[in-house]
Design a protein around this ligand. Structure first.
Ligand SMILES: CC(=O)SCCNC(=O)CCNC(=O)[C@H](O)C(C)(C)COP(=O)(O)OP(=O)(O)OC[C@H]1O[C@@H](n2cnc3c(N)ncnc32)[C@H](O)[C@@H]1OP(=O)(O)O
Ligand SMILES: O=CC(=O)O
Ligand SMILES: [Mg+2]
Length: 542
């Protein structure tokens, strides 16, 4: 049965759609979905600015010289004997998950890849223009119904789902992002509520009917109070749709420094709905820079030197595993940013790096990992197969009980490594090219053989900001200043022009990207997320 269609600005609810019409939007912006969106906004939207303000208040204390620590007031939760509610059958084996934006062709490729799960991303890898967000929901709706097909206009190649596709998990936007094309009572609504509402509403019945369920990845949480907000959203929706409590399942990324100190509490707040935590290492590194931005002894080296074997990152991975397994939750690893190279010899080197990274995760006791590209799925799969063995489907039995306790100071250890001119210039070129892609609607791009998305690019631009603020000397003795950065920016913009060629450069928005990069790198206040000013540019014509 088709539901009534609502056109731009014509709802009888307090929800107002201000975005331009997108082809096919009537299938996802229908009366039922908008009516759920309205109640969700009425119940929960007002709390989001308060949660964001609480982040700022906590940050002010750390900026004043304190370091993050485990919370004394929640000790009883950490000491208590409790478990999460349980893991549905189709989420017990997550040894390899592919991630990718909600582009139609990529969704089909991802669901067909040799992986257990596909994380369909409205976050780090998506520049959330109105059309991309709506098309993404249409694509996922079609995918859930097994009706997704695509023919590439350039090649004529036809894409369709194979039998037995990967399990679908939808990553919604973080709490800091708004969806400005939808207003509730005259104000833009939280992007997270929009993504959650549409994916849930259009797919929960079909997913449950085939033995799966409405599964979500929740990004960039900073506290258990934010987790409580999500728990309330889930419980509210379950009750409204007469679903058994715990039908909605989520995996939370632990990808901010504040959140690593509240992992037990996050699991506890969401214990009815949560099945796993995930080491979102790239945002975590970005958050380490951001959270400790006033601490001169915590300045990071070149981005390439910040690898998962560094003590502070190793402590993060091991504590996450220990915490999850104690509570019956899975502990997912993260993303190696390498992507396959066309040249076979170079590709061997890429696969060796991916193998090393995945072995470290599997050896630590992670239950699964992420790959950015189907060409890496077999490599990750073979490593996790080896560690998980024939008798298990995950590593929940690895409790890490014999490890020495992991303390706050382990999570906060400074990271050694050089700060080089080459590293600074590379950060500039990466940030420039990524911002240029993002403001033109492409949230994930290959740059110099690596996958770059919002999280990796944040590291590049905040590293430079941090080096300027803390008057770092590069390994060649040069002092990092705003002026040095500006000089390098001009030079690296010229280098990017040489690399991409004059045609691409002229067609693109590199100068606009350089202006934004200069603003956010030389401002004394650290801009919270590059996607906030980026979103203004991305949507300025709307
Ligand atoms: C920090 C984090 O949050 S990590 C999570 C967010 N990041 C991501 O999800 C990264 C997703 N990955 C990607 O977007 C892409 O792999 C990129 C942009 C890095 C590279 O893309 P491309 O340059 O197009 O890769 P390439 O040309 O090698 O692709 C080959 C094929 O694999 C497909 N492919 C590549 N990556 C993916 C993916 N993640 N999912 C599905 N299909 C993919 C391409 O669509 C292409 O298909 P085709 O041969 O049918 O045309
Ligand atoms: O979302 C993942 C990350 O590494 O950031
Ligand atoms: Mg992230």
């Amino acid at each position: 049965m088709t539901e009534p269609v609502l056109n731009k600005e014509q709802t009888d609810t307090s929800i107002r759609i201000t975005g331009e019409s997108v082809e096919g939007q009537e299938t996802v912006l229908n009366e039922g979905a908008l009516s759920l969106l309205e109640v969700l906004c009425r119940e929960f939207a007002d709390e989001v600015p308060k949660l964001l303000a609480a982040r700022k208040a906590k940050q002010a204390v750390i900026d004043g010289g304190s370091l993050p620590d485990f919370l004394p007031e929640t000790r009883a939760i950490r000491d208590g004997d409790w478990q999460i509610r349980g893991i549905p059958d189709d989420l017990t084996d997550r040894r390899v998950e592919i991630t990718g934006p909600v582009d139609r062709k990529m969704i089909i490729n991802a669901l067909n890849a040799n992986v257990k799960v596909f994380m369909a991303d409205f976050e780090d890898s998506l520049a959330p223009s109105w059309s991309k967000v709506i098309e993404g929901q249409i694509n996922l709706r079609d995918a859930v119904r097994g009706e997704i097909e695509f023919t590439a206009p350039e090649t004529g190649k036809h894409y369709a789902l194979k039998d037995d596709p990967a399990v679908l998990v939808c990553r919604v936007r973080g709490l800091h992002l708004i969806e400005k094309h939808v207003e509730f009572n005259g104000k833009p609504i939280p992007g997270s509520l929009f993504d959650f509402c549409l994916y849930f509403y259009h797919n929960y019945r079909q997913l449950l009917a085939k033995g799966s369920g409405p599964y979500f990845y929740i990004p960039k949480l900073e506290s258990h109070v934010e987790a409580r907000w999500w728990a309330k959203v889930f419980a509210f929706v379950e009750e409204r749709f007469c679903l058994t409590p715990g039908t909605i399942k989520c995996t939370c990324l632990v990808e901010t420094l504040p959140a690593v100190f509240e992992m037990e509490e996050i699991l506890y707040e969401l214990r009815s709905n949560i099945v796993a935590l995930n080491c979102g290492r790239w945002d975590y590194i970005f958050s380490y820079i951001k959270t400790l931005k006033n601490h001169p002894d915590r300045v990071l080296p070149d981005r390439q030197a910040v690898t998962m074997d560094k003590p502070f990152l190793s402590a993060y991975s091991r504590l996450l595993i220990k915490t999850c397994h104690k509570r019956g939750a899975l502990a997912m690893g993260g993303m190696a940013a390498f992507i396959p190279a066309k040249d076979p010899a170079q590709n061997e080197a890429v696969l060796a790096k991916v193998r090393g990274d995945k072995e470290l995760e599997a050896r630590n006791g992670h239950d699964g990992t992420w790959v950015a590209h189907p060409g890496l799925a077999d490599t990750a799969m073979s490593i996790f197969n080896e560690y998980i063995g024939e008798d298990h489907v995950n590593q929940l039995h690895i409790t890490r009980d014999v490890d020495a306790p992991i303390l706050a100071r382990d999570l906060l250890l400074p990271c050694d490594g050089e700060r080089t001119e080459a590293g600074m210039r590379l950060n500039i070129r990466i940030a420039l090219q990524y911002i240029e892609a993002w403001i033109n609607g492409n949230g994930c791009v290959p740059i110099y053989g690596l996958m770059e998305d919002a999280a990796t690019a944040e590291i590049s631009r905040t590293s430079i900001w941090q080096w300027i603020q803390h008057k770092q000397k590069l390994s060649n003795g040069k002092l990092v200043t705003k002026d040095l950065f500006k000089e390098m920016l001009v030079e690296e913009l010229a280098n990017v022009k040489l690399e991409v060629g004059p045609d691409r450069f002229t067609r693109g928005s590199y100068t606009q990207a350089a202006v934004l990069l200069e603003q956010i790198t030389t401002s004394d206040e650290l801009v919270d997320f590059l996607t906030l000013p980026g979103y203004e540019i991305l949507t300025q014509a709307d």
